[in-house]
Design a protein around this ligand. Structure first.
Ligand code: GP9
Ligand code: MN
Length: 685
């Protein structure tokens, strides 16, 4: 035994031994921090395994740098690296406690701007046990100083050091391969910082974030005020005048944006076994006070929901790659719907979502957009069975949102993002009372079941709005953000549509999503104009009679008479009433037939293509170059992100304060009597 111990101690007295000890301790404390300080949501064995193992490859790489140096220096370097590494963990623990997100270089760089006075609250949120992250360093130093561990003076062979560097890269690639197999597009689509830490680790997250920030600041630095000129020139040429019979008709009303997750147009009036999938949305769609659009397309790319949000609230396109909200949402200047409505028309703005706030970087982006409130996961009661997939089930989400909605000072702009109708369309038995389709494609068939559930949740919400007295004085916008069934499911799509097979043209048409605007007294009807998500903001502002004659918006009011009906897809393809262009092929939009173009037609199509390419690239320029920092619509005040906090307590205090001063909330109007929300959600019984 003694011998064994001695042998072991000897091993630690070598440089390699000390190196491994340092790594194991560092690994252990990182993993403890993962488990106790962050909510990373590792599900299933692959994610658990990656979470456990992920501190190792980067630690080998970073601590391994010390092995290239001699004698004492190598030991001290390991300590210094450890201090730096631990401080990165420490800082993230504190930041996460406050913001449920990881620190980014963008935040650190502009900390006075977007850090929410982090410094001030730092002292309040630091606990003594946070310093635990330095404990291994203290122990190692004591062991060295007291000579329990002796410094190994022998030179360490460079090729061994090099071998460790190579090994660390190899492990990192293996780790990335596994991560990407579990969550494809992890780095290209950039969903959530939590994901990158969960799969890859804190160090890899730092490296990736540094790269992103660098890329973002480089494009920003190379842009200048004159770039804005070409954008403004384009916009001036493409501005249309609003439809006088609609302009300002809904002035002063509240606005609800109901984000119907993954909801496609084909679901409207769709039946399975003779039963309507979404009876309430169908009724809403056909209601005489609803303006519905049956040629409305989603225009998202990799950023999916976030692209839809970007278009809807800014009338700027998402980016060809990744998510603009994630990469540019924190630092860029925006002139978005919440800010415009609050500044121009005194609206309160609030977003509701039953997921963590960091997803798609909403926690930061929403501040840039001027959202005064963001009710996300921490505002919602969570019990077992309440959530599925990304977050709260829709019925529970709406039910719990009600108590915040009734407290909002009116008029308000409220966006509610649903979640349950999201791939992989899972729902428990007790919530499933609708038949699945029978295409045999397991991904596709339950889609109608979650869509049906979403419809029921929407029905309950409408009932509530009537009961609480908000229905009559609100504009209710409902829209599908993007496809639910991807193009990889051609045979199943063909069956759903009752066709033998689907062509590329059919798939383009399959990108239609519902867009409906309902308001009591509104002259409704099904409109056939061709448009997309980029057009929502100008349409809404015109309906509300909010001036937008000098804003930077790439869409056009869907109700305007002389609007351009060429709808751009993010990859440069397009649809219009006459021509649909996919890759090099042009189809007749009305018949779906491939066209052989005449010279004159070719010219028209080329012009349309030019329009599409121009608007996409100019919109990209606005985002890449952060061009809105050089431009302000008349009377618009630049959004100051430090005006907003999405922490629970201050938000509740602000609402309570408004209750007293403004006296405009539904709750006050109902003599401070809260309105009960009726739901048949089995979880709440
Ligand atoms: C997550 C939700 C899903 O919060 O918005 O985003 P998606 O995967 O649809 O882009
Ligand atoms: Mn989505």
């Amino acid at each position: 035994m003694a011998n064994f111990f001695k042998r072991n101690m000897n091993w630690i007295n070598t440089r390699m031994g000390f190196f491994l000890l340092t790594i194991v301790l560092f690994w252990a404390k990182t993993y403890i921090a993962y488990q106790t300080e962050f909510t990373l949501g590792a599900k299933g064995s692959v994610q658990q395994f990656l979470l456990f193992i992920n501190p190792v490859p980067a630690a080998l790489l970073v601590f391994g740098i010390a092995l290239y140096f001699r004698g004492r220096l190598a030991y001290w370097l390991m300590m210094i690296i450890n201090v730096l590494e631990s401080t990165w963990i420490f800082a993230n623990v504190l930041y996460y406690r406050e913001f449920s997100d990881f620190l980014s270089f963008g935040i650190m760089k502009g900390s006075s701007d977007v850090g929410n006075n982090l410094g001030k609250s730092l002292a309040q949120i630091t606990h003594v046990y946070d310093f635990f992250v330095y404990i291994d360093i203290v122990i190692l130093i004591i062991l060295l100083v007291t000579h329990v561990i002796r410094i190994d003076p022998r030179p360490f062979k460079r090729r061994y050091a090099f071998a460790i560097t190579v090994l660390s890269f190899g492990l990192m690639f293996a780790e990335f391969g596994m991560a990407n197999a579990d969550r494809s597009g992890l780095l290209t689509r950039t969903f959530d910082n939590n994901y990158i830490v969960k799969y890859m680790g804190l160090n890899e997250y730092a490296a990736f974030n540094a790269y992103q920030t660098q890329k973002e600041s480089a494009t920003r630095a190379s842009a200048n005020a004159s770039d804005m000129k070409s954008v403004l020139k384009y916009l001036k040429q493409n501005r249309v005048s609003p439809n006088v019979s609609y302009y300002g008709k809904e002035k002063g009303k509240n606005v609800f944006i109901i984000h119907l997750e993954s909801f496609q147009q084909f679901l409207i009036d769709y039946k399975v076994d003779g039963k309507e999938v979404t009876p309430t949305l169908n009724k809403f769609y056909h209601n005489q006070n609803t303006l519905s659009f049956d040629n409305f397309y989603n225009q998202v790319a990799q950023g999916k929901t976030s692209d839809a949000e970007m278009m809807l609230e800014n009338s700027l396109f998402g980016l060809p790659q990744g998510s603009a909200m994630t990469t540019y949402g924190t630092q860029n200047t925006f002139q978005a719907a919440p800010a415009i409505l609050s500044q121009e028309a005194g609206y309160t703005s609030a977003a509701f979502h039953g997921d963590v706030p960091s997803f798609w970087n909403r926690d930061n982006t929403y501040k840039s957009w001027g959202y005064q409130y963001f009710f996300s996961s921490s505002y919602y009661k969570e019990k077992s069975g309440y959530s599925i997939g990304y977050g709260l089930k829709d019925k529970i989400f709406f039910e719990q949102s009600a108590k915040y909605i009734e407290q909002l000072p009116q008029p308000f702009y409220a966006k509610l993002i649903t979640l349950t109708n999201h791939y992989p369309y899972e729902l428990d038995k007790k919530n499933t009372d609708f038949p699945a389709t029978k295409t045999g494609d397991k991904t596709v068939d339950p889609y109608v079941q979650t869509a049906h559930y979403l419809d029921q949740a929407f029905a309950e919400f409408l009932t509530y709005l009537k009961k609480v007295g908000l229905y009559k004085n609100s504009v209710i916008v409902a829209y599908g953000d993007h496809y639910g069934i991807s193009n990889n499911h051609r045979p199943a799509i063909a069956q759903l549509l009752g066709k033998d097979k689907v062509t590329n043209f059919d798939l383009a048409q399959f990108q239609k999503v519902p867009f409906m605007i309902h308001a009591t007294g509104l002259k409704g009807g099904i409109k056939h104009t061709y448009g997309g998500e980029i057009d929502v903001l100008p349409t809404l502002l015109d309906l509300l009679g909010v001036k937008n004659t000098d804003t930077v918006q790439f869409g056009q009011d869907l109700l305007a008479k002389d609007r351009n009906q060429t709808v751009a897809f993010r990859n440069g393809n397009f649809v219009s009433p006459k021509y649909t262009k996919i890759g090099g092929t042009v189809y007749d939009t009305q018949t779906g037939k491939v066209l052989k173009l005449t010279a004159a037609q070719k010219k028209v199509v080329a012009q349309m293509q030019n329009h599409v390419t121009t608007e996409l690239s100019l919109s990209d320029r606005v985002i890449y170059g952060d061009l809105l920092r050089f431009y302000k619509p008349k009377g618009f005040k630049k959004v100051d992100k430090t005006d907003f906090t999405y922490k629970y307590k201050p938000a509740m205090e602000k609402l309570a304060e408004a209750e007293k001063t403004e006296k405009t909330s539904a709750l006050v109007k109902n003599h401070n009597k809260t309105t009960t929300y009726k739901t048949d959600a089995p979880e709440l019984k």
